[in-house]
Design a protein around this ligand. Sequence first.
Ligand SMILES: Cc1cc2nc3c(=O)[nH]c(=O)nc-3n(C[C@H](O)[C@H](O)[C@H](O)COP(=O)(O)O)c2cc1C
Length: 216
Amino acid sequence: MGFAGESSGKPVLTSSLFVIRSFTSFYFVTAEKSFLKDRTILLGVTGSIAAYKAADIIGRLSEAGASVYPIMSAGAHNFIGALTLQTLSKNPVASDIWEEGAGSQPGHIELADSADLLLVAPATAHCLAQFAHGLAPDLLTSVHLATPAPVMLAPAMNGKMLMHPATQANIRCLRERGYHFIEPDSGMLACGYEGPGKLASVESIVAAVSAFFEMK
Ligand SMILES: Cc1cc2nc3c(=O)[nH]c(=O)nc-3n(C[C@H](O)[C@H](O)[C@H](O)COP(=O)(O)O)c2cc1C
């Protein structure tokens, strides 16, 4: 009689780790499914090099049962295509405030009203500044002012931009208003510097959103 994994020729330790890892991911995927199911999430995507990760975030949130409506800043279009986000979310991508859908209310008010959460991932320094100061020059920032939904921000930027007193003051201001932050990681940044400012992993962003709905 052998241990699991022996017959397949795989080392037992690898096989056991596989079982533990599979169980853990099964647990988290199941938990995410129950807390994210039927939630309407507006996903703001801004002009960071990490914007491509929004595709993965959309995939994971959608898999877990959430309806994700992407809203891209003009800058985000330089880093990821709207078609990718539209295909993965199965929803239209909103971006241009001057191209409102037909209806009795302006499109951005409808979007704002429908949300259970406004998540911005990645959130640039520019986005944090606009949110902190209540500026609304584009669709994302207008939806931000119009929505009654809670706001969760996953910043991503060069460490010096993150540590700049202006950015720190904006973060403090938003925290005081009750905004939720998903802390950036430290590590090698795309700009070549090592330090804080790396977008949190997709796993931790999805886990933070799931935990947020769990607590509601
Ligand atoms: C290659 C490249 C990468 C950038 N990455 C970031 C970033 O990760 N975080 C950030 O705050 N700004 C970044 N920027 C600067 C923003 O794109 C710029 O501040 C822009 O105005 C952001 O606008 P938005 O927040 O409306 O998308 C980057 C710019 C370039 C050219």
